[in-house]
Design a protein around this ligand. Structure first.
Ligand SMILES: *Cc1c(COP(=O)(O)O)cnc(C)c1O
Length: 453
């Protein structure tokens, strides 16, 4: 099927994310390889650098030989079996790998079908924990404004109430407790080395004021709160906001003071994307529950997980029901688990010279490469800020982005991006070469300049 054919047959038939039925897709995908996509909108195929890594997920790029081999091998054994009463090597091996690399104490794993579902499960575990310790009145969650945690209804309830469109679903979305988001922070990166130093620049007074707000709100609501849900250090879909690791430590202190379950949503930030294996590592914070997804399978299949602290798991085990009250049909899907285990193997493999892990060197290189390539955007009249954290680069405009126009201009210049609101942002596959990163950054700067000046 050609690109033109695909677009014509898709229009009016398929919904795309947050798009009207008649908006249609902009491009057909004819193939994907390494850090690049082959796109066609009817004017002929064009190979572009994928600036989005398929929404944070394709960290090893497309068609990775080891991930391909894992998927094919598992298809030959069995693609799926139920997880109730049964187990299999892909799930066991994946859970062992995950707990080995997770922050200390996160020793138990609940496999879920998607990021949103893992958030639902984490919220349930927090409520089950509070019931187990005889505080059943604790039913609500404290969350940050500007947060994003998924699109199912409980996950939506802890998203930013305005951006998360709570007003569209008043009967479905529970009322939670919100605190302002912490002040912005910037990572200062040295010019060399394989590892990004933890050197953050932010307004101390603003952080102290924020901590005061947090403590006051938590103290006032303490009797109704079961837990805290937070994207550590980087709020993604809610506005690509980087905040000081010290704010995460303050959230940990508040959780400890009132015995709230601290849930770290690492679905976007996990697996090295911010320059630490977990964004929580920037703060040295160990959460009680940690949600992972997106890059878990290297972007091959949908899979997520909740990693649970031994202390919380013990309380749930001693409670009335003893089990986590969740169990979807495709729980622990062997195909997804096998590919995820292979992806973790690739991710954590040390380089030949025994230096930094492969992901760490790659993300450090992305931090510098994106910083250099996006810097010229600062000279544009429409640009308010340019910021980079690990493998994430953000160009913030002073106005809403004309999404179709900027997308087209970027593709013409050789890159795929998917802007939202006033943000053109990129988080390319870790395998992108220096030349590909330079091309991606130049395409973003060109597209913003051409459309918005
Ligand atoms: C994408 C995302 C989710 C939702 O994951 P899905 O797999 O899309 O359901 C939740 N939290 C964060 C931080 C995300 O970036």
């Amino acid at each position: 099927m050609s690109g033109a054919d695909l677009l014509a047959r898709d229009a009016g038939l398929l919904w795309h994310p947050y798009a009207p039925l008649d908006a249609g897709a902009l491009y057909g995908v004819l193939g994907a390889r390494g850090a690049c996509l082959d796109l066609d909108n009817g004017s002929g195929p064009r190979t572009v650098v994928d600036g989005m890594a398929s929404w944070w997920s394709a960290v090893h790029g497309y068609g990775h030989p080891e991930l391909d081999a894992a998927a094919k091998a598992q298809v030959d054994e069995f693609s799926h079996v139920m997880f109730g009463g049964l187990t299999h090597a892909p799930a066991v091996e994946l859970a062992e790998s995950l707990t080995r690399i997770a922050p200390a104490g996160l020793e138990h794993v609940f496999l879920a079908d998607s990021g949103s579902i893992s958030v639902e499960v984490a919220l349930k575990i927090a409520l089950q924990y509070q019931a187990a310790v005889h505080r059943p009145a604790r039913q609500r969650f404290l969350a940050l404004r500007g947060g994003y945690h998924g699109d199912t209804s409980a996950a939506m309830s802890v998203c930013d109430p305005v951006d998360g469109l709570h007003s569209a679903f008043p009967g479905l979305v529970a009322e939670q407790v919100f605190v302002p988001r912490p002040p912005a922070a910037r990572l200062l990166a040295p010019a060399d080395g394989d590892r990004l130093e933890s050197a953050w620049e932010y307004d101390d007074a603003a952080l102290a004021a924020w901590e005061g707000d947090l403590e006051r709100i938590a103290a006032a609501e303490e009797g109704t709160l079961a837990g805290i849900v937070v994207e550590p250090v980087l709020q993604g879909a809610g506005g690509m906001h980087f905040y000081p690791p010290a704010a995460l430590r303050a959230l940990r202190r508040v959780a400890d003071r009132w015995d709230l379950v601290l849930i770290a949503d690492e679905i976007a930030t996990g697996f090295g994307r911010t320059g630490r294996l977990w964004a929580c590592d920037w703060a040295g914070v160990v959460p009680d529950l940690m949600c992972v997804g997106k890059a878990l399978t290297g972007g091959y299949l949908t899979l997520a997980a909740v990693l649970c602290h031994e202390r919380v798991a013990r309380a749930v085990a001693a409670s009335e029901h003893r089990a986590v009250l969740h169990g979807p049909t495709f729980m622990g899907n062997p195909l997804a688990c096998r590919v995820a285990a292979a992806s973790l193997g690739v991710l954590t493999r040390p380089d030949h010279d025994g230096g930094a892990a492969g992901w760490e060197r790659a993300v450090t290189a992305l931090h510098r490469g994106l910083g250099d390539a996006l810097a010229p955007a600062r000279a544009l009249g429409s640009v308010r800020d340019v910021r980079v954290l690990g493998g994430v680069g953000v160009v913030e405009l002073d106005r809403p982005v004309d999404v179709p126009a900027v997308t087209r201009a970027a593709v013409e210049a050789g890159a795929w991006v998917r802007p939202f609101r006033n943000l053109v942002y990129v988080m390319p596959p870790y395998v992108a070469t220096g030349e590909e990163i330079a091309r991606l950054g130049a395409a973003v700067v060109h597209a913003v300049g051409e459309v918005h000046g």
